[in-house]
Design a protein around this ligand. Structure first.
Ligand code: PEP
Ligand code: MN
Length: 292
């Protein structure tokens, strides 16, 4: 099944800034900020967009149950990995093409848009036929040929920060996508590796939210699931991300978290996610930045 048609609705042409090496990503290239519309869901226009779903697509039952619940709770985009970048070659690698068909089925049933990772240049055309938003994972932030290939699809790209990448390196990776003619780039902070991983998997760098707001016109998404690695910390850091000014959240949710085949410690149950969404809506109203 084809991904939805996407359109950038409110964009003015980029005016390259001479002040930074990332001249198209730099804020002065579009001082008012980029507003990116994906099938009726708008990023960067003042509201907060929540993307949620399992780390990996594991089965039809798992995906459809989770999709229905995150949709009912108010998420607008369904996440779910079909191709998984696992540290160990012996770990679950994702269902591949079968998962893409399941994501398409979940989209058809719920109306949620789909964000899913593309790991390899060889899979770009396949994944782009299904996804509404192509995710570039942390481990591939500097895979420049892959960035070029995803740029050429014209699909919006969720560009995760490399876990060892500086803000400058991250923005230069975004620049690869912009320079190859694709302006639909969402930056996603997902935690960086620091000296202390005793209590959290990564260090969620919320400093970058206000830094990026100044430094680039691109929308900023925060992923508190990979950022902490702990389900019990996700609600607090999701609220903190919104308070810091994030344009959206990417949250891992599983209908049976303890049974997850990947990232088992960090997925919220659908019940906890539903309660969190209520909280976030209240916070969004208070801040004047509604949860879309
Ligand atoms: C994911 O979103 O499941 C994922 C693998 O993320 P990251 O690339 O940030 O590790
Ligand atoms: Mn994950």
């Amino acid at each position: 099944m084809e991904g939805r048609a996407v359109a950038v609705t409110t964009e003015t042409p980029l005016q390259p800034s001479p002040l930074r090496p990332y001249r198209l990503a730099h804020r002065p290239a579009r001082p008012a900020g980029s507003t990116i519309d994906v099938g009726g869901v708008t990023f960067g226009a003042g509201q907060v967009v929540v993307m949620a779903g399992p780390c990996a697509v594991e089965s039809r039952d798992q995906l459809l149950r989770t999709a229905r619940e995150v949709c009912a709770a108010g998420a607008r985009v369904l996440r779910g990995g079909a191709f998984k970048p696992r540290t160990s070659p012996y770990d679950f690698q994702g269902l591949g093409r079968e998962a893409l068909d399941l994501l398409a089925e979940a989209r058809a049933e719920t109306g949620l848009l789909i964000v899913t990772e593309v790991l390899d240049s060889a899979d770009v055309d396949l994944v782009a036929r299904y996804a509404d938003i192509l995710q570039i994972g942390s481990r591939n932030m500097s895979a420049f040929r892959l960035l070029q290939r995803v740029a050429e699809t014209g699909k919006p790209v969720l560009l995760k920060r490399g876990f060892q990448a500086t803000v400058r390196e991250w923005l230069l990776s975004a620049e690869y996508i912009l320079a190859h003619g694709n302006q639909r780039v969402l930056l996603c902070e997902r935690g960086i590796r620091t000296f202390d991983a005793e209590f959290t998997r990564n260090t969620l760098d919320l400093n970058v939210v206000p830094v990026l707001r100044q430094e680039t016109h691109l929308p900023v998404i925060v992923d508190p699931s990979h950022g902490t690695g702990r389900a019990d910390l996700v609600p607090t850091m999701a609220r903190a991300a919104i308070a810091a000014g994030a344009d959206g959240l990417l949250i891992e949710v599983h209908h049976d978290p303890a049974a997850a085949l990947s990232d088992v410690t960090q997925q919220l149950s659908t019940e906890v996610f539903t309660a969190l969404m209520d909280d976030l809506r209240g916070l969004g109203r208070y801040l004047g930045r509604p949860v879309a």
